[in-house]
Design a binder for this molecule. Sequence first.
Ligand SMILES: *[C@@H]1O[C@H](CO)[C@@H](O)[C@H](O)[C@H]1NC(C)=O
Ligand SMILES: *[C@@H]1O[C@H](CO)[C@@H](O)[C@H](O)[C@H]1NC(C)=O
Ligand SMILES: *[C@@H]1O[C@H](CO)[C@@H](O)[C@H](O)[C@H]1NC(C)=O
Ligand SMILES: *[C@@H]1O[C@H](CO)[C@@H](O)[C@H](O)[C@H]1NC(C)=O
Ligand SMILES: *[C@@H]1O[C@H](CO)[C@@H](O)[C@H](O)[C@H]1NC(C)=O
Ligand SMILES: *[C@@H]1O[C@H](CO)[C@@H](O)[C@H](O)[C@H]1NC(C)=O
Length: 517
Amino acid sequence: MLVFILFQLACALYAENLDIKPLSNNELFSTFNFTMQQAISPIPPIEYSIFPRSLGEILQSTMTSELHIRFGHGVWDSDSWGALPQNGLITGGSGVEIWAFISAADQQHALRQWNQLVNQLSGYFCASMGFADETVVTFPSMQAMAPRGGNMNTILMRASLPAEPVCTENLTPFLKLLPCRNKAGLSTMLSGNRVFASKWQTMSVDVFPFEEELRLEQIVSLVSDVKRNFTDPLPYPELETDLDCDSYRGDGACFPVKKSEVAFNLTTIFGYFERDLCILGDAKIKVDLPVGWTVNNDTKYESILDETIPELEFVSNGKASFDNLPPPFIVDRSFSGYGMQNGGVRVVITNNRPYPINVRYLESWPHFVKLFMHTLSLGGNGTIVNKTYLPSLNKNSAFLELELEIVDSIVLEFEFEKSLLLLEEYPPDANHGFEISPALTILKDGDYVYEDRTPSMLLPLPVPDFSMPYNVVILTSTVMGLAFGTIYNLLVRDVVPLSQVPVHSENLLQKVLKKIK
Ligand SMILES: *[C@@H]1O[C@H](CO)[C@@H](O)[C@H](O)[C@H]1NC(C)=O
Ligand SMILES: *[C@@H]1O[C@H](CO)[C@@H](O)[C@H](O)[C@H]1NC(C)=O
Ligand SMILES: *[C@@H]1O[C@H](CO)[C@@H](O)[C@H](O)[C@H]1NC(C)=O
Ligand SMILES: *[C@@H]1O[C@H](CO)[C@@H](O)[C@H](O)[C@H]1NC(C)=O
Ligand SMILES: *[C@@H]1O[C@H](CO)[C@@H](O)[C@H](O)[C@H]1NC(C)=O
Ligand SMILES: *[C@@H]1O[C@H](CO)[C@@H](O)[C@H](O)[C@H]1NC(C)=O
């Protein structure tokens, strides 16, 4: 009986969901959603059940009421895949992004707690989150990023590390937070080599108060390449005899006809996985199919799993049309200008809606890029409603937050100057430039929220002539060599007083001296 009650309790606390949707004949989108809840007792020692105690304690010790982490990899192709999944609320830009709502007296105290928080998370998620220190952190307004738990008496801090490579070593600690780890349940389908070989991938961790409880949502989304052959990861060209050429266009050349009939199953996409479910929670699989596709000979699939994870067989007749809805707006950001010293940024935001939209645009820039805000110009059909610009002081990042009203499309432009870094400020790796954080654009329209992150940008910085130290070393060595030679000569040579010089040479010397006299 007790076991049964515990089981019932746990079921309410933990849920696993898998949503699958083909985006095209060749691309399959899947989202794994692991959600758990923890009752928070008002008197301190919290009794942790399935909620990871270590994470709970990190949050408690740093007075963090809400924590959001995003790991991102690849670029979402919104031209063919449409709007971001979950309105972009679970997707990250390239690299790692963290934001947290911290209870503190002022920003100084909040910064101290933030540093503690990111340093602990750094070890926890095997990522260099410790680099998200006061030089990177920004303070966006709560109007832009509202707390999901609704606690407004906190300080919002956000940082992104666009150069952080996201890989298996981040997935493993992510899965370790789950009550069944990756030993049972839907999480067994997530193996590093399949997840990170996908075309686009994002992982998110959200901890926030939810209906008097603390809720942890962990989501992994990926777009898999259906035709990729994992038994042989090297891509080979198709054999000539297997090619199906488009006879209307061919004139000696072959334009292959896109083969659109596909048949695959979960094993082909995710590799072999355990079929057992995690007994601590409910699991559900939902498949959203376009017309022309079937799964297990059915056109619809939604099931609450009871014992094992079933094998799903997807078949497409190749006549499907994909109605991926376009995103409400599109943001394009690029560098303009030329030369090593100066540059510019050009941002084009296109409104896909028939009426004007109000968005917030957030950017942060490292201290070695000096933005000239007086050059900020706005073209196209729209206005800047509100502008917050915090210039870089004392090696902090500069922060720009704009509230924009966009009728159809706008073009934002501003200029910057790059500064030279000190020698030790260059990273100790092969220098390929510096990553500029993705720009975040948020649309709020009543209850509807859509977030978009641009790809990060690579900024080449003027590099000092590293042959200078070499020249200095050469010159110093020469001087040292000369000095050493002279001094060695003086020290080692026998110096004999005139009176002790042997007679025959004394005569000679005396002769010489006489002559000189
Ligand atoms: C994840 O699952 C939980 C519980 O089923 C649900 O409340 C939540 O909305 C889901 N989140 C996403 C992003 O789908
Ligand atoms: C995958 O590649 C291997 C080795 O080249 C080949 O034997 C196998 O038939 C391929 N599988 C598919 C489904 O193309
Ligand atoms: C899944 O598909 C692969 C390749 O098409 C096939 O070899 C395998 O038997 C299928 N698995 C199941 C359980 O149907
Ligand atoms: C789908 O239908 C075919 C033919 O009727 C049958 O052989 C196959 O087992 C069915 N597949 C599933 C998953 O039910
Ligand atoms: C801006 O949009 C309004 C309303 O759609 C239109 O009347 C006006 O001509 C547009 N202006 C420009 C410069 O495109
Ligand atoms: C502009 O932004 C600042 C800072 O977020 C805020 O205090 C102010 O009320 C805003 N003004 C308008 C007109 O929205």
